[in-house]
Design a protein around this ligand. Structure first.
Ligand code: FAD
Length: 692
């Protein structure tokens, strides 16, 4: 058969893909991480030009004897990795470096010298998956025929390693990343030092699990490597240079632009986690009629970009910090007067990366790049003790840093962020002695927030919908409630779009027009993350969806898609949605839309509702699921796909339990057997979760 044009295009794409794979991007001249590389402009960063993917060589060249690799999705693992690096250096004089797993190859791990140590800080993402930056590493290490350069056996006999995992026990595959990597390394002959630690986000103990793990680990490492502990001395990783000749008006100064292309106004794709697209919001509105709670629907227009998505994917939103918290932070550090001074931040050693582009201003750093509203880390409190304004405050900080219970008693109920916390400890006294480097090192990079896309890519391929509830918590004894960063920023954007020139949602202000007004006209930086949460490829297959609250987001997309398919004459299978909220009159989202879909889908579509605050007893989706046990079981036997989205901590777990029970009863098998059935459903993707 002759090749037609499409075939040739497809073959071309496959060939390019194969080449890209085989050469691992080496000959492509593209830097994998334009975001990171653009930060180093102007600085003498040795790393930049001859960037190597050979970790052994890199450590040798830069005189390092300890590398801390991280596999991170939301920034926590990366943060822990840099904390380990700092602690190793300051307490034990180790020559440490932090490394993104994505930036190195691992086939020469067998040449890793045995007087050095490799640490792995690995988050597990979603259904036991590696984080995006750890996929290649994970596949290599756990692959069937993992092969190393020297070919000796056992291959990794010389490798000494340390491991810590970040997971969530509400997921089936708790901490599977660190568990599997640890197993693979041991099998290959490597030697683990200390225990493989496991932090649990589900129980809310991640930070404490990490702190409890690391001390015995350091003791074991010190004895193995013959290290002597010394009095910890703080050594800055970054140098701050005043750029007298520059002002915020100078064209080369970053005022919050996320990379060089944004600064120069030459934005172009590919848009991704390193290069977000500044997207116009085409429409925004509220979905609840309740006065005290807010839920947003936003349509993000990506037609001006090459961004694409598939139904079920996630969109990441890059927020900016609220003005009042930026002010509070700068004020406490006595930087308010200097907020628009131009500075360059330079890495004082070749393996460190400045986490934002410079030259820039203090204001831009705090507003656009640091997670200043997040909970306070106890370890950071210990670090900051040395810079307290008085001996008395220092003593209190030391106690707070060392005494877990005291720390939680003092911080727990307040939802303090770092500035509020420091101000409470010092009773308002300013903190003028903290080196700015310590701030950059100790506060996580401002993270994009993910949202389950609530539209269908076949219906609106260039318009991505978001359904998000605005985060707000009243705190006893505190006048202003706690407000989530991204959702309140989005709320302000919505207000502006709907006619409010200077929106101040709940008294908060935002730099809505962005750096140099680049976000004006209601724009928000976004990127798309592909997920495995997908409709069956055959539309005739039945689906069962459990999505209370904002958990309904991806299912709006699913049902929109099926309604369109039905309109196009496609045979669509049974489509059941279990939705729950408080009251049918308050927070029943998309109520009129469901009716439209019903018109298109007819009897194929059924919506089962659970309103928790309408009857005498609280009714949740899992109760409704139980009521429909027989039918659900029958549909599952017909290979219906089963989806759960929303609250990971309670709902998803309870749905799992109900599912086990209904399978046990419906099929006359033991609960144990039914559990196996459910596990099998998960591993074959018949059961999919998108929970957070
Ligand atoms: P943040 O400022 O990030 O705060 C979030 C929470 O962290 C607070 O509620 C609080 O519990 C805690 N916290 C933060 N700061 C402090 C502090 N100083 N002290 C104590 N506690 C603190 N959400 C949706 O609404 N719709 C969706 O479709 C959706 N899909 C998602 C899909 C995925 C894959 C994931 C991972 C998450 C999803 N989320 C979704 C959640 C969303 O990403 C955000 O977490 C959520 O909107 C809150 O963001 P925020 O910036 O407003 O709040």
């Amino acid at each position: 058969a002759e090749l037609d044009t499409l075939d040739i295009v497809v073959l071309g794409v496959i060939l390019c893909g194969t080449l890209a794979y085989l050469t691992k991007g080496k000959f492509w001249g593209v830097v994998k991480d334009p975001y990171a590389s653009s930060f180093q402009n102007g600085s003498a960063n040795a790393n930049k030009a001859g960037r190597t993917r050979n970790i052994v060589e890199k450590m040798e060249e830069s005189g390092k004897n300890c590398v801390i690799f991280y596999g991170s999705q939301t920034g926590t693992a990366e943060d822990y990795a840099s904390r380990l690096a700092k602690e190793g250096k300051s307490r034990f004089g180790l020559e440490t470096m932090v490394a993104d797993l994505e930036e190195y190859d691992f086939d020469n791990l067998d040449t890793f010298p045995n007087d050095k140590v490799a640490m792995f800080v690995l988050a597990t993402y979603g259904e036991g998956e590696p984080t995006d930056n750890a996929v290649e590493f994970y596949e290599f290490l756990t692959g069937e025929d993992v092969a190393f350069s020297e070919g000796s056996d056992p291959a990794l006999e010389n490798l000494n390693y340390v491991a810590f995992g970040l997971g969530n026990n509400t997921y089936e595959h708790y901490n599977s990343m660190v568990r599997n990597v640890d197993k693979a390394l041991t099998k290959l002959g490597a030697h683990r030092i200390g225990d493989a630690g496991e932090g649990d986000d589900g129980a809310g103990t991640m930070e404490e699990d990490f702190l409890a793990w690391k001390d015995p680990m350091w003791a074991a490492l010190a004895s193995k490597m013959g290290l002597e502990e010394r009095e910890a001395v703080y050594e800055p990783i970054f140098g701050i240079v005043d750029r007298e000749g520059l002002t915020p008006e100078s064209a080369e100064v970053y005022l919050g632009e996320l990379n060089k292309m944004q600064l120069e106004g030459t934005n172009k794709g590919p848009f991704n986690a390193h290069n977000p697209y500044i997207a116009p919001i085409s429409e925004s509105r509220e979905l609840f009629s309740a006065k005290d709670r807010n839920c947003l629907h936003l349509d993000i227009d990506v037609s001006g970009s090459n961004l694409s998505y598939q139904t079920g994917d996630h969109i990441a939103v890059w927020p900016t910090n609220p003005g009042a918290e930026v002010d509070r932070f700068l004020d406490l550090l006595e930087l308010a007067d200097k907020r628009n001074h131009v500075i360059s931040v330079k890495a004082l050693e070749p393996t460190a990366k400045v986490p934002f582009p410079t030259p820039t201003t203090y204001d831009a750093i705090v507003r656009y790049h640091l997670e200043i509203c997040a909970p306070v880390s106890r370890q950071f409190v210990s670090t900051l003790a040395a810079f307290a304004p008085s001996e008395e405050i220092k003593a209190e900080m030391t106690r707070l840093g060392n005494d877990k219970d005291y720390f939680h008693e003092k911080t727990g109920p307040h939802y303090y962020n770092i500035a509020r916390f420091l101000s409470a400890v010092s009773k308002g006294e300013k903190w003028t002695k903290i080196p700015f480097s310590a701030i950059i090192e100790g506060i996580t990079k401002l993270q994009p927030r993910y949202y389950s896309i609530s539209s269908s890519s076949i219906v609106q391929p260039k318009k991505i919908s978001i359904t998000a509830v605005v985060e707000s918590q009243t705190i006893p004894g505190r006048g202003d409630p706690f407000r989530g960063v991204a959702t309140n920023y989005l709320f302000a954007l919505k207000q502006k779009q709907n006619g409010d020139e200077n929106p101040t949602p709940f008294g908060q202000t935002y730099e809505i027009t962005g750096p140099r007004n680049k976000y004006d006209g209601i724009h928000v930086p976004v990127h798309v993350r592909h997920s495995n949460f997908k409709l069956p490829s055959d539309p005739a297959k039945p689906i069962i969806m459990i999505g209370p609250g904002t958990g309904v987001a991806p299912f709006r997309g699913f049902i929109q898609e099926r309604a369109q398919q039905a309109k196009n004459g496609v045979n669509v299978g049974r489509t059941i949605l279990f939705f729950g909220c408080r009251k049918s009159t308050e927070d029943f989202m998309y109520q009129s839309e469901w009716e439209e879909y019903k018109e298109a889908l007819g009897d194929k579509f059924e919506m089962v509702t659970a309103f928790s605050r309408e009857g005498p007893k609280k009714v949740y989706v899992q109760h409704r699921l139980k009521e429909r046990a027989k039918e659900v079981n029958e549909l599952l036997l017909q290979k219906a796909s089963f989806y759960v989205c929303g609250d990971a901590a309670n709902m998803a777990r309870e749905v799992n339990t109900v599912l086990v029970q209904l399978i046990a009863e419906g099929r006359g098998v033991t609960e144990q057997k039914a559990e196996e059935v459910v596990k099998m459903m998960r591993s074959t993707n018949q059961y999919q979760e998108d929970v957070w």
